[in-house]
Design a binder for this molecule. Structure first.
Ligand code: M6R
Length: 602
């Protein structure tokens, strides 16, 4: 979703801002812009364009430079993606220039209250912020006071960076609910939605808490509360390997991240198990689970699908009841809670607004919360009581792959550890089983030609596709369908095999592709029966089965792994099939239309 960068220092800000924005491309965007303070002409120049950063770069004169600036990638919420609505936005008096990430819920009210006769130049909720600040300054306030007063009027979420053309040696920064960091450099300081964007300048970052403001100059960073009290905070080191955020020889981040999965699983084993086979989970997390009478998993999208698999593992191994909820539904349709629930938030980014909204509610109600996330220090991690990290390395492609398998692997660890805590030692060696999963993933990643052939044969021209499975395979096909639709734009549905005949089978016609997954002995014959039902109605069926369950005509055989952990292996063919289907249809695999990596609005 929207991304923000800012730089103030001694060197060419233009390149730093553009490179920073390029690092934020993965979040998803539809327009981009920068504001640069031109030191010689002493003006703030604004450049913005619809579309890619490459287009923005071309639009900026090569001799344009400046040592202070702010930049933005926009993912449209209020107003269509176009140049007019792109950020930065400037106040009508020309003095203030601002970039914003988030949603101002009361922007119409503020417009009517303060600017009844003003004609706004964009359709955004953002423009009212910069006008508010300019308005309070015109009324006689100091800029910092006007900034604070402006913010205090806002309802909703925001991350903001503001430049005052009359004092360009200072960037005003603030956040509420939307992510934003300040980076501390040498004779320069930076602002970024994600540390990755500014690793080119520094690896020292300061967290900003909601409702704080930050005054950033080339040599100083001052954090204050909205009331004006100074807050002392030490920077932390962003432990991101710069090579993790490069594609290397891969054509796409998605393919690189699919291939990284065996390594991620091995890494998770190292992080969560010592040499003697002891699982390394915080005692505080263990007691929170032991105290809980039910676990409520809260997540969105792919993370929700990982949660479904987690439910099966935790209930099966640790005999703890688990419910899995879509975050966006839970907030508005809260189920009856048990006496001692534990909330388990699953979020790759740790910034998803829908999940965070539930977390805020859960904390208000006083329930304990554990976050599984890939991003240490992310909002959902900071605000929960406990965190378990995925250790998957940065995931850049919008379509989540290695984070999904990492989530399931960490849930497996939690399930086995909780089982042991209850004296129910599972009969298998977890590290060995996960090691076998990693080996199976290696084999699958080396079978790309097979999956490319399946994509070509079944998905090259189709408008729709079905994925069917039963038991835990049903959860995996939900994820398989999501992967395919988000990057190839083929209308895809994941379905429980037995449910087809209750309505959806009406959609099967001559040549409809149906991918069936069979990894569970207990449901192998049933799903085979469902395949027969769709084939009888003309479907073009592609069966992918686990070794030992295969039958004549199956299209691909997955190496056998422990039945509880098959989702870790069986998703890899599905990810690769989706990848090749999207590639062959000429889609932008890493940056699918309309989507954002980090969904920071509800
Ligand atoms: O960062 P999160 O795990 O909270 O994100 C949740 C979903 O937005 C995310 O999984 C989304 O569904 C992915 N694009 C799927 O590939």
């Amino acid at each position: 979703m929207c991304g923000i960068v800012g730089y103030i220092g001694e060197v060419n800000a233009k390149e730093i801002l553009l490179k920073g924005l390029e690092k934020l491309e993965y979040r998803g965007y539809d327009s981009a812009g920068i504001a640069l303070y031109d030191t010689s002409a002493q003006v703030v120049n604004v450049f913005k364009e619809k579309g890619r950063i490459a287009t923005l770069r071309e639009s900026i004169p090569s001799n344009m430079d400046g040592t202070a600036g702010i930049g933005h990638t926009r993912w449209a919420t209020h107003g269509v993606p176009n140049k007019r609505n792109a950020h930065p936005h400037r106040s009508a008096d020309g003095r203030f220039t601002l970039v914003h990430n988030g949603v101002i819920e009361n922007y119409e009210i503020l417009k009517n209250q303060y600017f009844a006769n003003h004609s706004f130049t964009s359709d955004t909720d953002t423009e009212v912020i910069v006008e508010l600040i300019a308005h309070f300054v015109q009324e006689g306030m100091e800029v910092e006071a006007a900034f604070r007063k402006g913010l205090s009027q806002l309802k909703g979420s925001y991350a903001i960076a503001l430049i005052d053309s009359e004092n360009p040696q200072l960037i005003y920064v603030a956040k509420a609910k939307s992510p934003l960091l300040v980076g501390v450099g040498n004779n320069c300081n930076v602002v970024a939605s994600d540390a990755m964007a500014m690793l080119q300048v520094t690896d020292q970052f300061l967290e900003i808490m909601d409702k704080e403001i930050v005054l950033v100059t080339p040599n100083d960073v001052t954090i204050k509360t909205l009331q004006g009290d100074i807050v002392e905070r030490a920077p932390y080191t962003a432990e991101i390997d710069a090579s993790d955020i490069e594609k290397g020889t891969y054509p796409h981040f998605m393919l690189k991240e699919i291939d990284e999965q065996p390594g991620v699983i091995r890494n998770i084993i190292r992080e969560y198990q010592d040499q003697d086979g002891n699982i390394l989970v915080d005692e505080a997390i263990r007691s929170a689970i032991a105290d809980a009478d039910r676990i409520n998993i809260i997540a969105c999208g792919t993370s929700y699908h990982a949660g479904l698999v987690g439910k099966q593992m935790i209930e099966n191994l640790a005999q703890i009841p688990v419910e899995v909820h879509l975050a966006s539904e839970f907030s508005y349709n809260m189920p009856l809670l048990t006496k001692k629930p534990l909330f388990l938030f699953i979020s790759q980014s740790g910034e998803t607004a829908d999940s965070r909204a539930v977390l805020v509610r859960v904390k208000e109600l006083g329930y304990p919360a554990l976050t599984l996330t890939n991003v240490s220090g992310s909002t959902i991690s900071r605000e929960a009581d406990y965190t378990m990290l995925l250790h998957a390395g940065p995931e850049i492609a919008v379509a989540s792959t290695k984070a999904y398998t990492a989530q399931i692997a960490v849930l497996a660890i939690l399930a086995v550890d909780s089982a042991r805590g209850k004296g129910m030692n599972p009969s298998f060696d977890l590290a060995r089983e996960l090691g076998l999963v990693a080996n199976a993933m290696d084999v699958l990643c080396h079978a790309k030609e097979d999956f490319e052939a399946i994509a070509t044969e079944f998905l090259a021209t189709t408008r729709n596709a079905f994925f069917i499975g039963r038991s835990v395979d049903y959860y995996v096909v939900l994820e398989a369908a999501l992967k395919l639709k988000e990057i190839s734009y083929i209308q895809a549905e994941g379905f429980a095999g037995g449910e087809l005949k209750h309505g959806t089978i009406a959609l099967i016609e001559e040549g409809t592709p149906v991918v069936a997954l069979s990894t569970q002995e207990g449901t192998n014959l049933n799903i085979r029966g469902n395949v027969k039902e769709v084939v009888a109605r003309g479907a073009n069926a592609c069966v992918i089965a686990s070794k030992g369950l295969e039958m004549d005509g199956d299209r691909f055989i997955i190496p056998r792994v422990h039945e509880l952990f098959t989702p870790l292996a069986s998703i890899v063919p599905m990810q690769l099939i989706a990848y090749y289907a999207a590639l062959h249809r000429g889609c932008d695999v890493d940056k699918p239309r309309n989507l954002a990596k980090s969904v920071t609005v509800e």
